[in-house]
Design a protein around this ligand. Sequence first.
Ligand code: PBG
Length: 318
Amino acid sequence: MRRRRATPLLRDIVAETSLNTSQLVYPLFVSEASGSPEPIESMPGVHRYPIEKLVDEVGRALGLGIRSFLLFGIPASKDAVGSGAYSREGVIQQALRRMREAFGKDVLLIADTCMCEYTSHGHCGYLSGNTVDNDKSLELLSKTAVSQAEAGADLVAPSAMMDHQVRAIRRALDSEDFMDTLIMSYSAKYASCFYGPFRTAADSAPSFGDRRSYQMDPRNGNEALDEIASDIEEGADIVMVKPALPYLDVIREASKAFTQPLAAYQVSGEYTMIRAAAAKGFLDEKLAVLETVGAIRRAGARIIITYFAPAIAEWLAS
Ligand code: PBG
């Protein structure tokens, strides 16, 4: 075995997987505020960008070879039904139009389709009493997806974990003539503590209870395959497992079971753990990122969503 490991060239030619900038998706927070990018304390190195600053950051990433962007909106105000998510003048709709105007078809724009950043209660759907009403939420998510497509999203990415959200969104898009808008579904999205830093960033933590009645139980693996199968059946073009590193087994099984493109999301907590350990000098950041992202590829993900995308692009180019 060691003969094949003797030199970098030998190791490269026998490598089973590779990592390429075109496989990366860069998630970005866009805020309705004006002024400078606002650092997010729970995610060192990540910012909330006012729309004009988002143009600069996307331009910088494009220069490094990143072409796919997942946008999250941080609205100035929230309400019970999350109307900022589907308003024509919502922050994400404005950002999508601006990105398209600035970059045309050089960028692939993906819009996160969920209610939690926009609702005053922080849940991912419509609240009836203390429960999230599945079917009423589907109406809000469908409206959101259509308004995102209208504003120029190439893909909508439903992340609310409502049953049949993909079917509802596909029907709504088709009936509004957005046949060519793809759906990248957060199919197997676990109720994970690793979203903690994101919720601070997006101010989207639920004001009561938790998300365990809609996001998946971390103890389950087979159930993820059922979730993915039903999303594919309902019309998902790309399916996702999230978080990534704690769920490599799920990524592996899903990549064997389905032929559809599989994405994995290295989430905020995965990002922050590496950043925090590296800041203390306990880990080498570059090695930790390339090893974890490489492991996510090896497990079977074709697409990787990561806040490290620009850093990875720089490392791969150097
Ligand atoms: C929901 C959404 C969340 C993330 C992506 N989409 C938060 C949640 O479910 O609470 C988390 C992403 C991350 O942690 O990086 N809109």
